[in-house]
Design a protein around this ligand. Structure first.
Ligand code: FAD
Length: 504
């Protein structure tokens, strides 16, 4: 009988550390002793404010009340991302968490739209997305779980303050028995026979031993890279941004239920409204813009008063070669970073820890399970990478970064997917593809790649029938959006933080 794991140490107390602790506690209960070690002197990165809808599944899994979480983390609702100046200067489109309408006689809504478009109808595809229209109108209401409701086919995520989220999860975990030490890890002690991690030495010379370790030490990757030498694959040829200036500003007048991403000459800028302030950052490639110019770009494009000086963050897009090595996995920034364009990092934390629970080892570590974990994680990274690369690839902008992206070699599978869409509007999804068909359609269409042809099956249905169907959907969307509360009104009624009330 294999010996079970009795104690786990989580190194690091940022978003990754505390999410790991919460998920392990929810999954393993009291069968395993969990100790989290973090250093308040080092602190956390403190950026990472936008999420995707899977975050709600995570909160449910760990037993967090949504309204409580929203109040505690100054969170707001996110219906998707507005892209400005992506593709070409002056362009604007939306990536919604929702679709463009139900299938009709086996036809996807975007195929019906393409047929009408070919027949001369210039209604934009976005007109058929409830999430997009709600977002543009600055409104918010949660979807109806009943699939027959016209309010069913969208979802939402959150914007939140990452530092407050770590604090919130810490209280949640400690109340459930997770132990915490505030200390700096000064040494990682390996077993001379197996190469496994035996223990960590802390800066007060105490030693903490465990059976399994989770490296959540952020970009430092102290255990998985520093001690276990798991290596790193650099993807900056595909994703050339490598720096960000980040800074908070006061609350903006525009309180949008979405993230805004505005492309600039050598990168892009995020704008994330929270209940008490707005998060901003300029992500750029140092190959194409110097730090000082990038800082000025950020400062010149704010819509509220700065609360702090900008903070410079350096990173290399890519991933750890082995996410699980010996008796250690890495979760969070220690496992890799693909840049924040589609807000996928926190989702990778969630996937990493849930995957560990699915393949949970005994003390002996089955190499088969470890390899499966590594293969699934790499697959997920590659799928998200390709989706992000698509945003850079499809552009006709004239600055050097954008010209580079328009010509750079792209992953073979992405090239194949793009070709299929170009020919027939067909979206192909593979195992572990994270973004669903409407997400891909929104980027293709939004950045100007309109399919050459539509699905010929659409010709089985008379054009007038399809026109009527889509017209009806537009009318329904218009009626729904007109009745919904504004984002700020919804928050004020259901989940305001103390700061929100003060600044409302
Ligand atoms: P950190 O927050 O850096 O935490 C590391 C922890 O390790 C800290 O507690 C630190 O004290 C501890 N530590 C380190 N060394 C030691 C030591 N020697 N001893 C003891 N403790 C130690 N993600 C999203 O999902 N959405 C976004 O919008 C988004 N935006 C981002 C923007 C930028 C510019 C960047 C760089 C990242 C962004 N991310 C985003 C990613 C997100 O910030 C991270 O995934 C998330 O914060 C997790 O970070 P972490 O916990 O891995 O690392």
């Amino acid at each position: 009988m294999a010996e079970p794991i009795r104690k786990i140490i989580i190194a690091g107390g940022g978003t990754a550390g505390w999410m790991s602790a919460a998920a392990l506690k929810a999954g393993l209960g009291n069968t395993v002793d969990i100790l989290l070690i973090e250093s308040e002197d080092i602190g956390i990165i403190g950026v990472g404010e936008a999420t995707i809808p899977t975050m709600r599944v995570f909160n449910e899994h760990i037993g967090v009340n949504e309204a409580e979480f929203i109040r505690a983390t100054e969170a707001t609702f996110k219906l998707g991302i507005e892209f400005r100046n992506w593709g070409h200067v002056g362009n604007r489109y939306f990536h919604p968490f929702g679709d463009y309408g139900a299938m009709h006689e086996g036809l996807a809504a975007h195929q019906i739209w393409r047929k009408l478009n070919a027949a001369g109808d210039d209604t934009p595809l976005e007109a058929y997305s409830l999430a997009t229209q709600m977002a543009y109108a600055g409104k918010f209401f949660p979807p109806n779980p009943d699939p027959r409701s016209p309010m069913h086919d969208y979802s939402y995520a959150f914007h939140f303050d990452a530092s407050l989220y770590a604090k919130f999860l810490r209280a949640h975990c400690e109340a459930r028995g997770v132990r915490r030490r505030n200390a700096k890890i000064s040494g990682v002690n390996l077993n001379s026979e197996t190469g496994h991690i035996d223990s960590l030495t802390l800066d007060d010379d105490s030693v903490e031993a465990a059976d399994f370790f989770i490296d959540c030490t952020g970009f430092r990757a102290l255990l998985i890279c520093g001690a276990l030498k798991a290596g790193y694959t650099d993807w900056s040829d595909y994703l050339p941004v490598d720096r960000a200036w980040a800074m908070p500003t006061g609350k903006s007048v525009e309180f949008s239920p979405y993230t805004r991403s505005t492309a600039h000459a050598a990168g892009w800028q995020w704008r994330i409204p929270l209940q008490h302030r707005t998060g901003n950052g300029h992500v750029y490639s140092s190959r194409f813009m110097d730090d000082e110019t990038a800082r000025t770009v950020l400062l010149d494009n704010l819509d509220a008063t700065p609360l702090k000086d900008p903070m410079l963050i350096r990173f290399t897009t890519g991933h750890r070669n082995r996410f699980w090595e010996k008796n250690c996995i890495c979760v969070g920034l220690s496992s890799g970073f693909l840049e924040p364009l589609e807000s996928t990092s926190i989702n990778f934390i969630q996937l990493g820890i849930i995957r560990l629970l699915e393949l949970f080892p005994s003390k002996e570590i089955d190499p088969f399970l470890r390899d499966e974990y590594n293969a699934r994680t790499l697959d997920a990274y590659e799928k998200v990478r390709d989706f992000i690369v698509l945003h850079y690839r499809l552009n006709s902008r004239d600055e050097p970064l954008w010209r580079y992206c328009a010509d750079m070699p792209i992953p073979e599978d992405l090239a194949y997917k793009m070709e299929l869409y170009r020919r027939r509007g067909e979206v192909i999804l593979r195992k572990y593809d994270h973004f669903a068909e409407p997400s891909w359609v929104s980027i293709y269409n939004g950045q100007g790649m309109i399919a050459d042809a539509y699905d010929p099956l659409a010709d089985r249905v008379p054009t007038d029938t399809l026109r009527e169907l889509m017209q009806k959907r537009r009318e329904t969307i218009g009626q729904i959006v007109a009745q919904l509360p504004r984002h700020a009104e919804f928050i004020a009624k259901h989940c305001p933080s103390e700061n929100f009330m003060k600044t409302a």
